[in-house]
Ligand binder design. Structure first.
Ligand code: AHR
Length: 551
């Protein structure tokens, strides 16, 4: 089964049996590495939006995760879970995507505005995959959390809203009207009056608009050429208002779907080369899911377990994460055929690992999984990849914020925890807005047994950014056993002092739960300066941030 078929047959996507293997014993040893930061080779500002999030009306993401209701015993701010707001404020979230995902192309934004007691209940797109015992709100959308509540959530956490519009089942006029509802000045239109009646006199000024989602699949089953025509129709003469600079994100490829990128852009420019000016970003979706080591491409059979895995699964997942780099480079190359000036950015608005069901902290939550240290390393690796391609990646949205795939947070009723992925976002927030610097990592490769064959994976990788006199270096050591000591050579500057934040554990399966919220948390460490160069020992299976103050 392929991912698109899985979504079509969502009700049938059941759990497969898992295989539990033991972690093979290897000998611990320290190896030498070198990290060279080239101060005179900057390649772009790291858009804060790379550190964005994704929230879909899917199972426990919105109802239970974000929205608990004003009358809930769970501490809340106008119905929005307070602990989530408090935690998110710590990570400086730049942007949040809503309401989907596949849900977006089934959603009528009008259902989610107006007096709450008059809002209709609708069958949720994901209803087919919900268990019979799932709460009503997961199966039949109460529309209690709509545009106003989402924008309020964004305001509370200091993020920009990124709305994904329905291109499959609503006409273009409704897209324009949603923009009008959000952005038309106070008192100017009937929709602005409706917004004011809900307590929002001033416009929301929503800049970011997704134009459909996965239009090759759940978003309409279009060919890239058909979608390009729809994209032009939806975005041409969309209403502009003062205060909102419309940034449209086109539904892009999944994985290495070069044909989608090429077919879409080929059709877009058939109307004229300058048509690329109407596209802020091309969305790329990439999930790491196949841990079968080449045995199958079946969407259900190929997936691994989120928590019960051995060292080979650890490396295989990271290997899949590492594919992101070639996807960015590959799509960028195809984009250059039609957009040689590179006006269009890549918007990786869905990324993360996707495991088989069974690890969810809230039994019954569909597509929820329990992130471990492995996912923290995967996330650090991915964010470092985005930083290294700061000239190409304009936005990234981790899938998804809470109670879902690569979630930063898990919550149920009055219980809550920050996952290791959430801790990585807190550490990496320091990169936002910095100048990405070319950074060369050299460390001995890791070798591991892959079904009787020796497989290799790099030994240390990361990214660096400059913020005035402060240099932020992040790196992951994927080696499950061996720490890596590395000398950090900064070409063109001297380091005065430094400090480190380290996320690791002696157990590669380490994770937080509602009962053990602190099982894995970041720790601080010293950075030694030997001669002119800092030296740091990157623990086995770790994500590290070094903050270096330059002389
Ligand atoms: O994130 C879950 C789903 O994965 C999204 O709804 C869809 O866009 C993707 O296939």
């Amino acid at each position: 089964m392929r991912r698109r078929d899985f979504i079509r047959n969502v009700a049938a996507a059941g759990a497969g049996a898992f295989v539990l293997r033991s972690v093979p014993q290897t000998f611990a040893q320290t190896v030498e590495g070198r990290i060279e930061i080239l101060m005179d080779e900057p390649f772009g500002t790291i858009s804060p939006n790379i550190y964005g999030h994704f929230t879909e009306n899917l199972s426990g993401v919105i109802y239970d995760g974000i929205w608990v209701g004003e009358n809930s015993k769970v501490p809340n701010v106008g119905g929005i879970r307070k602990e989530l707001v408090d935690e998110m404020r710590k990570i400086n979230p730049p942007v949040v995507r809503f309401p989907g995902g596949c849900f977006a192309d089934s959603y009528d934004w009008r259902d989610g505005i107006g007096p709450v007691d008059k809002r209709p209940r609708r069958t949720n797109f994901w209803n087919g995959g919900e268990k019979p015992e799932a709460p009503d709100s997961h199966r039949y959308d109460p529309n209690r959390f709509g545009t106003n509540e989402f924008v309020q959530f964004c305001r509370l956490i200091g993020a920009q809203p990124y709305l994904a519009a329905n291109l499959r089942s609503l006409p273009a006029q409704e897209f324009n009207r949603w923009i009008e509802y959000c952005n038309s000045p106070a008192g100017s239109t009937t929709l602005a009056d409706m917004r004011a009646a809900a307590g929002f006199k001033d416009p929301f000024n929503v800049h970011y608009w997704g134009v459909g989602n996965e239009s090759w699949g759940c978003g309409g089953n279009f060919t890239p050429q058909e979608y390009a025509v729809e994209y032009r129709r939806f975005t041409a003469w969309a209403p502009g208002y003062p205060g909102a600079d419309l940034h449209f994100v086109a539904s892009g490829p999944s994985d290495n779907g070069w044909d989608w990128t090429r077919g879409f852009l080929e059709e877009i420019v058939r109307k004229g080369k300058d048509q690329v000016r109407g596209i802020f970003g091309l969305a790329l979706h990439y999930y790491a899911w196949n841990l079968s080591r080449g045995k199958t491409n079946d969407w259900n059979q190929g997936k691994g377990d989120a928590v019960k895995f051995d060292a080979v699964d650890w490396y295989e997942l990271l290997r899949q994460g590492d594919v992101m780099e070639s996807l960015i480079k590959g799509h960028w190359l195809v984009m250059s055929e039609y957009d040689p000036e590179h006006l269009i950015r890549l918007v990786v608005d869905e990324w993360g690992p996707w495991y088989k069901p069974g690890s969810e902290l809230t039994p019954g939550d569909q597509i929820e999984q329990l992130p471990t240290l492995r996912d923290a390393v995967f996330s650090g690796l991915t964010l470092d990849t985005f930083n290294r391609h700061a000239d190409k990646v304009g936005m990234g949205c981790c899938a998804q914020l809470i109670n879902c795939l690569n979630s930063l947070y898990l919550a149920h009723e009055d219980r809550f925890c920050v996952t290791p992925v959430g801790h990585v976002f807190a550490m990496y927030a320091a990169h936002q807005g910095g100048t990405s610097l070319r950074t060369e990592f050299s460390a001995p490769s890791i070798h591991y047994d892959r079904d009787g064959q020796i497989a290799s994976f790099w030994g240390l990788q990361g990214s660096a950014s400059l913020h005035g006199k402060e240099l932020v270096l992040t790196a992951v050591n994927p080696d499950v056993k061996n720490p890596k000591e590395a000398q950090i050579v900064i070409r063109g500057a001297k380091v005065k002092n430094g400090s480190a934040t380290v996320l690791t554990s002696s157990d590669i399966h380490a994770h937080n739960t509602f009962d053990q919220r602190q099982a894995i948390v970041p720790a601080t460490a010293q950075v030694e300066i030997k001669g002119d160069a800092p030296v740091f020992r990157f623990p086995a299976a770790s994500v590290v941030k070094l903050t270096l103050t330059l002389a």
